[in-house]
Design a protein around this ligand. Structure first.
Ligand code: HEC
Length: 136
């Protein structure tokens, strides 16, 4: 009986371990285009092509401490206190250069050469970022 219980709890621990693993945190399809440049999984290092985006919603600009390629525009935005609210993410994804120029009050060099014009896709991508943020 005791052994049976011990076995059961071992199975429970193993199952919980698996639930917390990356296998259960697939990157949502709404973020497929982002994967070209960004790592999205928790704890993964940033790629040379873009900062890791895990947990970015709600954070200050330049949230990935290990990314070396932040642009002058992103550095200025961080200095101005820009945070990744839903609204800011929505504008940034639609036109990174224009969003940063407006936030900074001057056009500085930005580094994300990607735009997502479709509003529904942008909203889905922001939801996708939140899904990934919940997956720590
Ligand atoms: C062609 C490469 C590329 C693609 C594709 C791309 N990004 Fe980026 N992204 C970058 C780079 C480079 C930066 C750094 C920008 C800077 O410093 O100006 C960045 C920065 C960001 C930031 C700011 C991160 C921070 O640390 O403050 C967010 C948010 C972001 N990207 C979201 C996305 C999302 C969501 C997608 C997909 C819908 C996407 N990006 C697709 C290259 C890319």
């Amino acid at each position: 009986m005791k052994t049976g219980l011990a076995m059961l709890s071992m199975v429970a621990v193993l199952t919980m371990g698996a639930a917390a693993s990356r296998a259960d945190c697939p990157v949502p399809p709404s973020l497929n285009q982002c994967k070209t440049c960004h790592a999205l999984e928790p704890g993964k290092p940033s790629r040379a092509t873009g900062p890791n985006l895990n947990g970015v919603p709600g954070q200050a600009a330049m949230h990935a401490g290990d990314f070396k390629g932040y642009s002058p525009a992103m550095k200025a935005a961080q200095a101005k206190g820009v945070t990744w609210t839903d609204d800011n993410l929505f504008k940034y994804l639609g036109d990174p250069k224009a969003f940063l120029a407006e936030a900074n009050g001057e056009p500085l060099k930005n580094a994300m050469m990607f735009q997502m014009k479709d509003e529904a896709k942008r909203k889905a991508a922001i939801e996708g970022l939140k899904t990934m943020a919940a997956c720590q």
